[in-house]
Design a protein around this ligand. Structure first.
Ligand code: TRP
Length: 460
């Protein structure tokens, strides 16, 4: 497979592409699978009441997430451009490229809070290496997290380390190194999560956790929770801000877009659900609150490692793989900003990466401090971390997704769309009629309603 550094080396050289369908799926799944699945999905599900939230999330993944992903890929592959260039090419002189600007804003926000949590996983990797979990009870494991957050410099230090590592990976060329390894490491992560699931469901009182995750209680659902489910679907699939326009632009013309998108969505959803199965039984077994918020994974999993045979090695492997999963996601977000700075603002790739990373680090530091140390860094009643997380996931991504499906449904051209999806007749697209119906009516309407309702602008 070709490297993204080669791919992005535009200008005089011809654009490159992923070498195989598996290469594309691995890279895209690498973007999709990350902290969103293992850190954010469980804690958001926990805060929003469990099973009913999961059902709504799954419905959104299928009826909105998959069609939005497919639409992004169509735009990317048909234009072979970054999100701005793509809309400029498709509708010259129009304002559609603003979708790209929104994407940049979202990319900065997401990368800032994402890197904060990725920094925590680095601290926990060190905890695992130095065997900090074994023999500790639930209270002591909670104290491990509290002490870490109470430290004046450690969270910020790890944040900076993580931002530096992602910057160096993007600079060095993503796929050559990372891509080669993630193809092996991500399946290992999957196996590891399955092992954790087995350990978790065999804990005492585990049925309680499974009930929480799979038994829907719709009384816990309101307009805001529905919007949060939609935001999580977008966040987890990496859609709504142009990441998949960019990745789609590296796909070969003869690749089947529909089946590729389906594989990525399936892998992403599977890992999120498995993470839920690994976490919730343990939450109840150890008396942790499912609504613990962003701390949830860091309070729960170390308890499992502390109590399982081979806990030392499993803990170490797990946090290592979580760091890698976070890294393969961050670079896909950073890439959107770097592509814009370098291609549209004519910066060198190096300057673009450094500038973007400096901005992310700065915003990230404020975010990190706002959580525990300096809660005054807030807007209204919400700390900066929460604000960035909410605005990017629940506002910018759905809005971007809405505009993208609208564009593909109404402005892209029906024949062009069919040709792109079928690779000029090479593949059967039995799903076409339903896909078209969804992107023309169902998805825009559903996103708009959930959105306005969730923000309290429209109530029924
Ligand atoms: N999907 C990734 C995760 O679940 C995060 C991510 C990568 C992302 N690229 C994105 C989120 C683009 C939104 C948009 O961890």
């Amino acid at each position: 497979m070709k490297t993204v550094s080669q791919i992005n080396n535009k200008g005089s050289q011809p654009r490159d592409s992923f070498g195989s369908k598996f290469g594309f799926i691995a890279a895209t799944a690498g973007s999709a699978v990350g902290l969103g699945n293992i850190w954010r999905f469980p804690y958001i599900t926990g805060e929003n009441g469990g099973g009913a939230f999961l059902l709504i999330y799954l419905a959104f993944i299928v009826i909105i997430g998959l069609p939005v992903m497919l639409s992004e890929l169509v735009i990317g592959r048909s234009t072979q451009r970054n999100p701005f260039g793509a809309f400029r090419k498709l509708k010259p002189g129009s304002k559609w490229f603003l979708i790209g600007i929104m994407g940049i804003a979202a990319a900065f926000m997401i990368n800032a809070f994402y890197s904060v949590v990725a920094g925590w996983t680095l601290e926990y990797l060190v905890n695992a290496i130095t065997n900090q979990f074994s023999g500790k009870n639930t209270g002591e494991i909670t104290a491990l997290f509290t002490n870490f957050q109470g430290s004046a410099w450690r969270p910020v230090f790890w944040l900076l380390v993580f931002v530096a590592v992602s910057a160096s990976v993007v600079l060095a060329g993503v796929q050559k190194g990372i891509e080669k390894y993630t193809k092996i490491l991500m399946p290992v992560l999957l196996v590891l999560i399955v092992i954790l699931c087995v350990r978790s469901v065999t804990l005492p009182n585990s049925a309680e956790g499974l009930k929480f995750l799979f038994n829907p209680d719709f009384s816990k659902i309101g307009p805001s929770t529905i919007l949060i489910a939609l935001g999580q679907a977008f966040f987890s699939l990496s859609i709504g801000m142009g990441t998949l326009i960019t990745y789609g632009s590296y796909m070969k013309r003869n690749e089947n877009l529909g089946s590729s998108a389906t594989s990525v969505v399936f892998a992403d959803t599977l890992i999120a659900i498995l993470a839920g199965v690994a976490i919730f039984p343990a939450v109840f077994a150890f008396g942790i609150s499912p609504a613990s918020g962003p701390d949830l994974v860091f309070l729960t999993l170390p308890n499992i490692f502390a109590r399982m045979g081979g806990g030392f090695i499993f803990g170490l492997l797990f946090f290592f793989l979580l760091v890698v999963a976070a890294l393969t996601s961050t670079i896909s977000i950073l890439e959107v900003v770097v592509a814009y700075f370098s291609e549209e603002l004519k910066m060198s790739r190096k300057a673009a990466t450094l500038l973007a990373s400096a901005g992310i680090a700065l915003l990230g530091i404020l975010c990190s401090l706002s959580l525990y140390k300096v809660p005054e860094i807030s807007i209204g009643n919400t700390n900066l971390f929460g604000v960035l997380e909410y605005v990017s996931s629940n506002i910018l991504l759905p809005l971007g997704g809405l505009l993208i499906v609208f564009f593909v449904a109404w402005l892209f051209g029906k024949d062009k769309l069919k040709n792109e999806l079928s690779s000029n007749g090479k593949y059967k697209i039995g799903y076409y009629a339903i896909y078209r119906f969804i992107i023309k009516f169902l998805a825009p309407l559903a996103i708009a309603l959930v959105f306005l309702n969730g923000l309290g602008i429209l109530t029924f």
